[in-house]
Design a protein around this ligand. Sequence first.
Ligand code: SAM
Ligand code: SF4
Length: 324
Amino acid sequence: MTDKYGRKIDYMRVSITDRCDLRCRYCMPDGCEKVSMSKILTYEEIERICRVAADLGINRIKITGGEPFVRLGCTDLIRNIKATDGIEEVTVTTNGQTLDRYIDELKEIGVDGINISLDTLDPEMFAYITGGGELAKTLRSVELSAASGIKTKVNCLMQKGFNEDEINGLADMAFIHGVDVRFIEIMPVGAGYSSRGVSNEEILRMLCDKWPDLEPDSSVHGNGPAVYYRRAGVPGAIGFISALSGKFCSECNRVRLTSQGQLKPCLCYEAGTDLKPYLAGTDMELREAIRTAILEKPEEHCFDEKHFEDDGRTEHRLMSQIGG
Ligand code: SAM
Ligand code: SF4
């Protein structure tokens, strides 16, 4: 369906848990408040919301968290959503710490894409940024995912003074493994408020110095706002998601479902529709609630406005509670 600004909304990020086995500095360095499982949507409820949303034309689903694989039975949910009428694509985003256990099953289910978050190739820095993660595990996940033939994307968040000297090394993974490596600007959400990111314009300049043959790549890589570059005759591509330096709200195609059942039309604002009460009603009532929430999608984010964090409307939850 289209929203009131004429944007086609066909993509939903579904956070299935707010828990995680890592503590990334820009996401939830101190963990997050433990929400009881009774407040978290059951898999049956998530499947129903996806089925009803598909009736409205939301045919692409991204499974996210927290870390999706910490929730028991995650692959059963993915299998069921993938088999839902009207759902054309199911992808997953993960920190890659345990993906080796699930990759064969994901391949068998026919998952359409795996995004793996990776911000550094230095084991100590990795442990520091992620609050205790093991680099080798995530690197192995990138290799396994690329080798599986599932479309693989590596998502990198660069922070001033931490990992900006690793931009070339991370980008090179695209050409080594034939995957997409994407630089995502840190958003002032959750612990990202106090992180200083590196702008994608700066990153592109550095990469063009290293690889002067980088050229814009207009082929379609996914559902999102990333802009891609590639080198002729070399596999893999470099993507940029520049929500801050290159506002793409006019092309936004997505909504977010939190693990507690809020349908959130824009990352920037706390507002959204609690779908839980509608789960007690009919599919038609649920569909209407989703449709109304989509119609209320704001025209644009206000991350770029001065002192936006004092604005009572803006998001104060952690990225792990929203799903990224
Ligand atoms: N745990 C999974 C992972 O790390 O991929 C899925 C959830 S995580 C919240 C989803 C994405 O959000 C990750 O790629 C992460 O790097 C990104 N993220 C977390 N905090 C962010 C922030 N403040 N700004 C931009 N991206 C952020
Ligand atoms: Fe966990 Fe992902 Fe947040 Fe890191 S970014 S703490 S891996 S949810």
